[in-house]
Ligand binder design. Structure first.
Ligand code: B12
Ligand code: SF4
Length: 480
């Protein structure tokens, strides 16, 4: 039987998280876990090498793959990891010449032809969700058929030609998928954790309950799942959570959906099921500010949701329009007030340096941040990812992307009239003026005195903050 290895490419914590490397996330790729589970269900032989999380370098990664002598290598790649992914593909082919290398994930879904044209060692790129297409590719190879025959969403080679089978449709019924194959991950769950400030209790598992996002923020890469939303049923999610608790001892869930709160009925049902089953689990999720209200937040709080991360992005209405966020400053304020009223921690994601940003708009963001009843702050730099509207815009302006720096902590794009120093200076000011306030410190101490897990979380934050201040630089991470 053909053997397949699924790989996250090597990427050092410094490349991913800059100076916050030590407290950065070590999270498995759910994409690969879903694919592995699906291949296994199809009777195929598969293993996972999470080189990124294991902290392997390219050489050790190649050695580990070669030891397994696979016939097929499937690599997941973001824009940040594409260069590393290609390095592995090139080297492994010199050691196992018959191996077929396929890639999937956000970067190649956005730039398949360019990737295939530039790198001959890649046999194919799978567009969008990969479970069914990848299983079919392997069956085709097994049966001696052309690899691209009848495969939806595959870019492949036929002789010297690159052929594109467009992605016609996404997987609609997510419940046909077996649960992600966490059991194939070496060291799960002990070895894995979200960034230092984003969990209360270990071990944590990240899960996805929906795929797709109907909104169209101009900086956001939604190439993989598109703008239609497909969901797992609440029954599926409950079973998956119970499986995580029972088989892996998971005590916290980090819900990574783009828009978990899109369907209020579904969220309320989820919260009620969690309560009814009395599962010992706390959880957090991401949301847009215009998807919360009193009723939803009350349900979430009573189902032990402890943190919501909101994409706020800017305090300048002009920048919010440029980002096509579709939210107003009033909606932001209302959402944060309500979140605080219900005793849920709020984290705000901000993004500096979108085209059109000026000192004036940066100042607006800074003063807005200080007005907000917000508990935590994540400030990143705008990064033009392929597949986004703003990527096309800045490429036309002459922007030359260096993918290996695109971790959102490096200001890779500098808007006209600003300098890198300006962006870093405002980032630093915003973070300092936000955290170093007596009222904020008082709030943290009060919360810490009520909850031991919150105390430990705030201690981790405090330690990291002091480390960052003492090194004189401030950079923050973004998890969505
Ligand atoms: C959770 C998450 C993280 C977690 C965990 C990452 C991980 N290992 O999955 C952490 C916090 C570590 C993280 C870090 C980063 N992330 Co992130 N992350 C996400 C998020 C919210 C969910 C990922 C997920 O679980 N998706 C669900 C699974 C089922 O989908 P999937 O992984 O895409 O896999 C499917 C397909 O892509 C395809 N597929 C994927 N790989 C392969 C491989 C093969 C061989 C095949 C055939 C198919 C295939 O099939 C899979 C199953 O259908 C996504 C947004 C999103 N909605 O996906 C952003 C997202 C992936 N992250 C993004 C970014 C920018 C980053 C960071 C650079 C910055 C940051 N935010 O910290 C770093 C980079 C880390 C890296 N390794 O390169 C961008 C990537 C854009 C781009 N073009 O690169 C996204 C798309 C968010 C966005 N819209 O901008 N991230
Ligand atoms: S930023 Fe969030 S809401 Fe906007 S398009 Fe991306 S996933 Fe959707």
């Amino acid at each position: 039987m053909l053997r397949t290895v699924l790989l996250t490419p090597p990427l050092s914590p410094e490349q991913r998280m800059g100076m916050l490397a030590e407290g950065g996330a070590i999270m498995p790729s759910l994409g690969l876990l879903y694919i592995a589970a699906f291949l296994r269900k199809e009777g195929l032989s598969v293993s996972i090498l999470d080189a990124e999380s294991l902290g392997l370098d390219t050489e050790t990664t190649i050695h580990s793959i070669a030891k397994q002598n696979p016939d097929i290598l499937g690599i997941t790649a973001t824009t940040l990891s594409i260069i590393s992914a290609i390095a592995v593909a090139q080297k492994i082919k010199t050691i196992i010449p018959h191996i077929r290398v396929f890639m999937g994930g956000p970067h190649v879904t956005a730039m398949p032809r360019e990737t295939m044209e530039s790198f001959q060692d890649i046999d194919g790129c799978v567009l969008g969700d990969g479970e069914i297409s990848f299983a079919r590719i392997i069956h085709n190879i097994n049966n001696g058929l052309e690899i691209g025959q009848d495969i939806d969403g595959l870019v492949w080679r036929k002789g010297n030609e690159i052929l594109i089978n467009p992605k016609k449709e996404h997987l609609k019924d997510l419940d046909i998928l077996p649960f992600p194959a966490w059991d194939l991950l070496k060291g799960f769950p002990e070895y894995y954790r979200p960034p230092f400030h984003s969990y209360k209790r270990l071990p944590v598992a990240n899960i996805i309950t929906t795929r797709g996002c109907p909104f169209a923020c101009s900086f956001c890469d939604r190439s993989v799942f598109g703008n239609k939303v497909y969901s797992h049923s609440v029954e599926y999610i409950m079973e998956m959570v119970e499986h995580l608790i029972k088989d892996f001892g998971i005590r916290e869930i980090s819900i990574k959906d783009d828009t978990f709160l899109l369907s209020p009925e579904r969220v309320v049902n989820f919260c009620r099921q969690l309560r009814k089953k009395r599962l010992d689990i706390v959880w957090s999720c991401n949301s847009r500010v215009n998807l919360v209200n009193d009723i939803i937040l009350k349900e979430m709080k009573s189902a032990r949701c402890w943190m919501i991360s909101y994409g706020i992005e800017s305090g300048s209405p002009q920048m919010l329009r440029k980002m096509a966020k579709g939210i107003t400053k009033k909606e932001i304020l209302d959402a944060l007030r309500l979140t605080r009223k219900h005793g849920i921690v709020s984290k705000g994601f901000f993004m500096l340096g979108v085209p059109g940003e000026t000192v004036e708009t940066l100042k607006q963001t800074q003063s807005f941040i200080n007005e907000l009843p917000l508990d935590e702050l994540n400030i990143n730099f705008f990064t033009p990812f392929p597949g986004t509207r703003l990527f096309r815009e800045v490429i036309e302006e002459g922007f030359n992307p260096d993918f290996s720096r695109m971790n959102m902590l490096e200001p890779v794009y500098i808007p006209k009239g600003l300098t890198e120093k300006d962006l870093r200076r405002y980032q630093k000011r915003m973070i300092y003026s936000f955290y170093l306030k007596l009222s904020k410190i008082g709030l943290y101490l009060w919360r810490a005195s009520k909850d031991f897990h919150e105390f430990k979380r705030l201690l981790r934050m405090g330690k990291m903050f002091i480390a960052v201040i003492s090194s004189g630089l401030v950079q923050k991470t973004r998890s969505n």
